[in-house]
Design a protein. Structure first.
Length: 262
């Protein structure tokens, strides 16, 4: 794992104790519900207060890691699991960069302690929490272990018409009729774009979004093309070596099933 990050070591939490057990696992946390708008610095500041009686070894977001407790000491992060674990707090927004930086940190930790398993905070004995939300530990583990997992899945047929001069794709609203956004009626593809519970949506686009969610991307499966979907399309196209145009044509559509999971 080669992703670079800045390691901040200038601040140490007072909430730690002597380690007497071997490190056997890495406990994954998120900072808080993203609707509460938690921040990296706010999380670090809270974990540095001696009055909280809470800490973690690391706080992580895209490109940035703060070490608050040395791995040689026990951080207070997971009730009955503190003694034999390392605690990692990650940005709950689950950007691709958050996954990559956290995975690089995990790889570094494993280089020192062996191939430690990843454990959700809520799975630790004595913990009563929903933390770390929907974080995909399998994706973290794949990235930390060295990269993509080959896909053996056959892609479904591309749902939109492809005729000379009329090459349809999934893309933003406000464009030509060939750009199917799922956000309104498109008379050229009435079977694909339909009203569901009072909202227009594209069935084919929703299927692609669902597949990307299964690959570990934090994407809303609503059959509607917006900024979030376009950002993920562009990132994915660059990742798998496709032209980066932000549009879901046949190649980008199929790649969600046939390209290696990264």
């Amino acid at each position: 794992m080669s992703t670079a990050y800045t390691l901040e070591t200038g601040r140490t939490s007072p909430n730690s104790s002597t380690r007497r057990s071997k490190v056997r696992r890495i406990v994954i946390h998120h900072w808080d519900d993203p609707r509460r708008k938690p921040t990296f610095d706010g999380t670090v500041g809270w974990l540095l207060r001696d009055s909280t009686d809470v800490s973690a070894h690391y706080v992580v977001e895209d490109g940035r890691v703060a070490r608050l407790v040395p791995e040689s000491r026990v951080a207070w992060h997971a009730a009955g699991g503190n003694a034999d674990s390392i605690g990692v707090e990650i940005n709950p927004r689950q950007h691709d960069g958050d996954y990559e930086t956290a995975a690089a940190l995990i790889a570094d930790i494993r280089s020192r302690h062996g191939n430690l398993p990843l454990v959700r905070h809520r799975a630790v004995e004595g913990s009563y929490t929903s933390c770390p939300g929907t974080y995909d530990l399998a994706r973290l583990d794949r990235l930390a272990s060295g990269g993509p997992v080959p896909s053996t899945t056959t892609a479904p047929a591309f749902p939109l018409p492809r005729r000379p001069g009329r090459m349809y794709y999934y893309g933003p609203s406000g464009g030509p009729q060939t750009s199917v956004s799922g956000r309104g009626l498109n008379t050229a593809v009435p079977a694909d774009v339909q009203r569901v519970n009072g909202r227009w949506r594209s069935h084919g686009l929703a299927r692609w979004q669902q597949r990307m969610a299964e690959r570990g991307y934090s994407i809303t499966v609503d059959g509607r093309f917006g900024e979030e979907t376009e950002r993920i399309v562009r990132y994915f196209q660059a990742l798998v070596g496709l032209p980066v145009d932000g549009k879901i044509g046949p190649s980008t559509y199929a790649a969600a099933w046939t390209e290696a999971v990264r």
